[in-house]
Design a protein around this ligand. Structure first.
Ligand code: CTP
Ligand SMILES: C[C@](O)(CO)[C@H](O)COP(=O)(O)O
Length: 227
């Protein structure tokens, strides 16, 4: 099963607050963006990746990894979903409507080949789209005021969505077009009535959102633990 990829990399990393957008922060000699791109290409079934970048982003021009002929650079949008939609549109020039597309955050640099392979294998076997997700293992509390516990939530049915999220190009394009504001591709596919499979992803496939996450990513990537 051949796959394509879309990497939304047009954010500004405001919650991390670094001097540059977080996808350009370097760990072990590579940017987070390059780590995420290499993670997708680690599976030979990934034939090409569209990377959505901020308009006028001059940092990207300096990245050798984006010169790879398998990489398409496209202008991202105001929201993550807009950037994903732009990446899907760019892939339309190379990919067929029924081809499979992995959408993977540039901010998830620790994706390991085993987890990516498990996701692709599961979709190849099952025929419907799926996402990597982490089953919740901590006790979950709900708070209505941000200071006190309002309730304890039954965690047995809760999963933390990760990326990659793997869906057919045409179906995902149409689902996103009709979805409004969504924070992940699966939400759009669910709203469009498509089944979304869950493939367990490791805690190490976390998103680098805050400074704490960056510290953890440095520990993992510097130690070469994400292969
Ligand atoms: N308009 C946007 C916003 C986000 N992203 C990308 O979507 C991924 C996940 O989003 P997030 O972690 O929220 O990144 P930022 O939006 O950069 O972070 P923040 O919300 O803290 O500003 C990141 O790789 C980010 O670059 C994007 O391509 N286009
Ligand atoms: C797509 C995602 O990484 C799945 O958990 C998450 O929804 C991205 O959220 P963000 O606020 O755009 O980082």
């Amino acid at each position: 099963m051949n796959c394509w990829g879309v990497i939304p990399a047009a954010g500004i990393g405001s919650r991390l607050g670094a001097a540059v957008p977080k996808q350009y922060l370097e760990i072990a000699g590579r940017t987070l963006l390059e780590h995420s791109l290499r993670a997708l290409f680690a599976d030979a079934r990934v034939k090409g990746v569209a990377v959505a970048l901020r308009a006028g982003d001059e940092r990207a021009a300096a990245l050798a990894c984006l010169q790879d002929p398998r990489v398409l650079r496209v202008e991202g949008g105001a929201e993550r979903a807009d950037s994903v939609a732009a990446g899907l549109a760019a892939l339309g020039e190379r990919a067929a409507e029924d081809d499979w597309v992995l959408v993977h955050d540039a901010a998830r640099p620790c994706l390991d080949a085993k987890s990516l392979g498990a996701l692709i294998d599961a979709v190849a076997a099952g025929g419907s789209g799926a996402i990597l997700a982490q089953p919740v293992s901590d006790t979950v509390k709900r708070s209505d005021d941000g200071n006190t516990v309002a309730a304890t939530v039954d965690r047995r049915s809760l999963w933390l969505a990760q990326t990659p999220q793997l869906f057919r190009l045409g179906e995902l394009t149409r689902a996103l077009a009709g979805a409004g504001a969504v924070t992940d591709e699966a939400s759009a596919m669910e709203a469009a009535g498509h089944p979304v499979g869950l493939v367990p992803g490791p805690r190490t496939n976390f998103k680098v959102t805050t400074a704490d996450d960056l510290l953890l990513a440095r520990c993992l990537l510097a130690a070469g633990e994400n292969s």
